[in-house]
Design a protein around this ligand. Structure first.
Ligand SMILES: Cc1cc2nc3c(=O)[nH]c(=O)nc-3n(C[C@H](O)[C@H](O)[C@H](O)COP(=O)(O)OP(=O)(O)OC[C@H]3O[C@@H](n4cnc5c(N)ncnc54)[C@H](O)[C@@H]3O)c2cc1C
Length: 463
C-alpha cells in the first residue's frame, strides 16, 4: 500500500520546523496533505501508529503532527540509546519478540559521545570490537553500512591497545543508525516521563513519552508493553564542597575530561589552582589533563590533589583481572605509576604542577587538610563516583510511586527492602550494572561496553 491510497478521515497538521526528529509517529488514517510532502514509497501500515524515517520526507523541514494520542502495543520499550540501550535492543531483536520501541532524545551514543570522546579508554580495542560483533542484528548492520565506516576504522586499530573513546562512540552511533532502520524497531526522539503498571492478570506498562514538537511545543505519545527496560545512564557525583561557604568554583568533572573545553574554561595567564578530589580512573585522567594544560597553554595552572587512598591498579591474573572495575588501567595507570606514586611525584614532570594532599587517617584529619589547603584553590573538581540519572516517574497499579531495588544478578527490579519482583521492569548499563565477585571474593559492579553485553546475553533470555 502506498500513501496515495490511504483513507483520509483523520486530520493532520502540517508544520515547518528546523529541528526534526528522525522518526515521526503517524496515525493509520491520514489526510491528503500527506501526499504533498511524503514520497509514495512502500510502507507497511499494519498498526495504529507507524514511524517514518526522515529520509522518506520530501522536504527535510516538513513534519506531521498527529492530532490525537493513540497507544501502541510493543514487545518492549527500551529507554536510552547509549551503549547499554544499543546492546539491549540488539539482544531483544535477536530473540525476535516483535516490535521494539526505542526512546532517546538524540540517538547519539549517549554520554560517551556527549562527554567522553576525548577520554582514553581503559579497555582494549578488541573489547569494543567484540561488543560490535557479538549479535546477529549488529553484524547485519555492519554488513549493510557503506564502507569506510566506524566499524572498519575500529577494526584497523591495534586490537591489543587502548584507544580514544571517540572510536567507540562512533561505533555505537553506527550500530544505532542501522538498528533504527530495522522493521522491528520503532525509534522515537523523545524523553520517557512516566510509566505505570496496569492490567489484572497480564501486567503491562503504559509508557508516556514527551517529544519535542515543532515551535517548541511538546507532543505526548503513549506505548503499552510487557517489558520496560531502563538504560538511562549516570552522571558524575557532586558532593557538597568540603568547607561550607568557601568561595570556590565547582569545575564539572565532564569538563575536565574534555581537554578542548577545559582549555577554554580555565584562565591561561592568571595564577590558578584547581583542587582535584579522588584517586579513581576519572580522577587520574583529570590530573593528566590538567598537567598537560599546565605544561602547554596554561603555565600558571597548579593542582592540589586531595586523596585518601594509595593508587590502586588493575592486575592481570591467570584468566581474570583483579580490580577489573575499580583499578587503574591503560594510560591512566601508566601516568599514575610513572608520575604520581609517592616515590616519583617529587621528581616527576607532573610533580612540578601537582601537590598531593594526603587525606588518609580519618575524617578529622581529612577536614583539617581541606581547611588548610582548599582556601588556596579557585576551582574544585570531584571525581568521587557516578550517580544514576533521574528515572521516569514509575507508578504501581494503584497510582502509587514505586520505590525500587535493582537486582544486580537478573537485571530485574524488586519492591523496596527485598519486596516482590516488579513485573516487566528491567535495567542495564552504568546505572544498573551486574554485580560480580572475583576469585578472591571481592565484589564489584561490572561497567563497560562488553561487560554490559555479557550480562545482557545472560539475562535477556529470562526477561
Ligand atoms: C570517564 C569514563 C571512561 C570510560 N571508559 C570506558 C572504556 O574505556 N571502556 C568501556 O567499555 N567503558 C568505559 N566507560 C564506562 C561505560 O561504558 C560508559 O559510561 C557508558 O557510556 C555508559 O553507557 P549507558 O548506556 O549505560 O549510559 P549513557 O551513555 O549515559 O546513555 C544513557 C542514555 O539514556 C538517555 N536517557 C536518560 N533518561 C532518559 C529518558 N527518561 N527517556 C529517554 N532517554 C533517556 C540519555 O539521554 C542517554 O542517551 C567509561 C565511563 C567513564 C565515565
Amino acid at each position: 500500500m502506498n500513501l496515495f491510497s490511504l483513507p483520509t478521515s483523520l486530520s493532520l497538521s502540517l508544520s515547518l520546523s528546523l529541528s526534526l526528529s528522525s522518526y515521526l509517529f503517524l496515525p493509520l488514517s491520514t489526510s491528503p496533505l500527506l501526499s504533498t510532502c511524503l514520497l509514495p514509497q512502500h510502507f507497511s501500515l499494519s498498526d495504529s501508529l507507524i514511524s517514518f524515517p526522515r529520509t522518506q520526507l520530501l522536504h527535510p523541514h516538513l513534519i506531521l503532527i498527529p492530532s490525537n494520542m493513540t497507544t501502541r502495543k510493543c514487545a518492549a520499550v527500551v529507554v536510552g540509546a547509549g551503549p547499554a540501550g544499543v546492546a539491549v535492543v540488539g539482544n531483544l531483536l535477536e530473540r525476535q519478540l516483535g516490535t521494539i520501541a526505542w526512546i532517546d532524545p538524540t540517538f547519539e551514543s549517549g554520554r560517551v559521545h556527549r562527554k567522553y570522546r576525548e577520554v582514553p579508554s581503559n579497555t582494549k580495542v578488541s573489547l569494543f570490537q567484540a561488543y560490535a560483533t557479538s549479535l546477529q542484528p549488529f553484524r547485519t548492520v555492519i554488513e549493510n553500512t557503506p564502507r569506510p565506516n566506524a566499524f572498519t576504522t575500529l577494526a584497523k586499530l591495534d586490537q591489543e591497545k587502548t584507544c580514544h573513546l571517540h572510536y567507540a562512540a562512533d561505533m555505537i552511533r553506527g550500530l544505532t543508525n542501522g538498528l533504527v532502520k530495522m522493521d522491528q524497531v520503532l525509534a522515537c526522539h523523545g524523553f520517557v516521563t512516566a510509566a505505570s503498571l496496569s492490567g489484572s492478570r497480564e501486567k503491562e506498562w503504559i509508557v508516556r513519552i514527551k517529544q519535542n514538537g515543532p515551535d517548541g511545543r511538546d507532543e505526548e505519545l503513549q506505548l503499552q508493553t510487557s517489558r520496560l527496560i531502563l538504560c538511562t545512564g549516570s552522571h558524575p557525583t557532586n558532593l557538597p564542597i568540603p568547607i561550607p561557604d568557601l568561595h570556590i568554583t565547582p569545575l564539572d568533572l565532564d569538563t575536565v575530561l574534555k581537554p578542548s573545553v577545559l582549555s577554554k574554561t580555565l584562565p591561561t595567564t592568571k595564577q590558578t589552582t584547581v583542587a582535584v578530589v579522588g584517586a579513581s580512573h576519572s580522577a587520574i585522567l583529570a590530573l593528566l589533563n590538567l598537567v598537560n594544560l599546565a605544561q602547554s597553554s596554561h603555565p600558571s595552572l597548579r593542582v592540589k590533589w586531595f586523596t585518601r587512598h594509595p593508587l590502586r591498579y588493575a592486575e592481570y591474573m591467570d584468566g581474570w583481572i583483579l580490580r577489573d572495575n575499580t583499578g587503574l588501567k591503560g594510560l591512566a595507570a601508566d601516568f599514575a605509576k610513572t608520575q604520581l606514586e609517592d616515590s616519583v611525584l617529587s621528581t616527576s614532570a607532573a610533580g612540578k604542577v601537582i601537590e598531593k594532599v594526603d587525606c588518609s587517617g580519618g575524617r578529622e584529619k581529612e577536614s583539617e587538610m581541606y581547611r588548610e589547603h582548599l582556601p588556596d584553590c579557585e576551582y574544585i573538581t570531584q571525581a568521587v563516583g557516578f550517580t544514576r540519572d533521574p528515572l521516569p516517574k514509575l507508578l504501581g497499579e494503584k497510582g502509587e510511586s514505586l520505590s525500587l531495588e535493582f537486582d544486580h544478578e537478573t537485571g530485574a527490579f524488586h519492591g523496596d527492602a527485598g519486596g516482590e519482583k516488579i513485573p516487566g521492569l528491567f535495567g542495564a548499563g552504568i546505572a544498573f550494572p551486574q554485580r560480580v565477585v572475583d576469585p578472591y571474593g571481592n565484589v564489584e559492579y561490572a561497567v563497560g561496553f562488553f561487560k554490559f553485553m555479557k550480562f545482557l546475553k545472560k539475562v535477556v533470555p529470562t526477561w
